[in-house]
Design a protein around this ligand. Structure first.
Ligand SMILES: [Zn+2]
Ligand SMILES: [Zn+2]
Length: 330
């Protein structure tokens, strides 16, 4: 007679957990290499004193659709097999469709001319000028690529840090923190004004003097790593590596609601900036809740259009609070 009892699932052993993390790490490295190889052939240079196509700079901050789809294909099995936060499939949720809208954002910003406007702005600031350190182009290609990755990460660390400190910048960065189900798609959730600010800051790396091809490869590495730290995978680094590279664990804390983690772990690729400049948060436990907890007048609405208008809403709420301060308790 057949037994009707269902065998209990045995919890994964420590060895199995370690193995799955190694596989996740290897897959993410493969993801990085494939993405770099796929993007290396993209034209990046155009005539000009710095040899840079500003339109491609304007797109900086978001990946191409092909990159997003490739990352999605590679990340999905790990998000399903070893998720940092186990939850129902996101597919039918508001969060998923909002992320899809953001994934296509680059396309319509291009169609309605916003990308061209950003490119014009960057050109007005940096165009027609010589590189600061032209001797950098004599370095070996690999050294130039490594320098570009470091420089992008350093510039982004400080921009991101100021975005958490200065109210006017926070109002454009807050939409990235509206995600309550953080995963690789969250990477693209950026306000167009943040893309413009990012392009302006990132262009400084190009002005530095590294060869445009090395800049393009360095930026692709930075960008793919940014997708990697958003993947909902239970992966953290131990030992000296936790001082060198940011892990998905550290960035998940950046998106956590916990008061202790607010404004912490602002680095993207290299963990040493957070360690050196006092913004590291690396507890033993994992975060549970993600998103924003802000007072009602500053709450971010739940739609793409409301996200776009959020800087205005935030400014209005701040002005109103100044004009109408709460009466002091007597
Ligand atoms: Zn942030
Ligand atoms: Zn993020």
């Amino acid at each position: 007679m057949l037994s009707t009892t269902v065998p209990m699932a045995t919890p994964p052993t420590a060895w199995a957990r370690r193995f799955s993390r190694c596989v996740a790490l290897l897959a993410c490295t493969a993801l990085l290499l494939i993405g770099v190889a796929a993007s290396a052939g993209e034209p990046s240079a155009a005539p000009g004193r710095l040899g840079v196509d500003w339109a491609s700079v304007a797109r900086m901050g978001t990946g191409t659709l092909a990159q997003v789809m490739l990352i999605g294909l590679l990340a999905l099995p790990f998000q399903l097999l070893a998720p940092a936060v186990r939850r129902a499939p996101k597919l039918s949720t508001y969060e998923f469709w909002l992320d899809v809208v953001y994934a296509f954002q680059g396309l319509w910003l291009q169609v309605i001319g916003i990308s061209a406007a950003i490119a014009w702005l960057v050109d007005a600031v940096y165009g027609g000028r010589d590189p600061w350190l032209p001797a950098l182009r004599t370095l070996p290609s690999l050294a130039q690529i490594a320098l570009a990755v470091w420089a992008f990460d350093f510039v982004v660390y400080w921009r991101h840090r100021f975005e958490h400190r200065l109210p006017v910048l926070w109002s454009i960065h807050a939409v990235h923190h509206t995600a309550e189900q953080v995963d690789f798609l969250t990477t693209s959730r950026l306000h167009p004004l943040e893309l413009a600010l990012g392009a302006l800051c990132n262009a400084a790396v190009i002005r530095m003097g590294v060869d445009p091809a090395a800049v393009a490869t360095g930026f692709t590495i930075y960008l793919l790593y940014n997708y990697f730290i958003h993947v909902n995978v239970r992966l953290r680094f131990r030992g000296p590596l936790r001082w060198v590279l940011v892990s998905p664990f550290l960035h998940q804390w950046h998106h956590a609601k916990d008061a202790a983690a607010i404004g912490k772990n602002v680095g993207v690729v290299f963990a040493w900036n957070d360690r050196l400049f006092g913004t590291a948060y690396d507890p033993e436990h994992w975060p549970v809740e993600f998103g924003l907890s802000v007072p009602a007048p500053e709450r971010v609405g739940q739609s793409y259009v409301r996200h776009l208008l959020y800087p205005l809403q935030y400014a209005a709420a701040r002005l109103q609070a100044r004009r109408d301060p709460k009466p002091a308790l007597v």
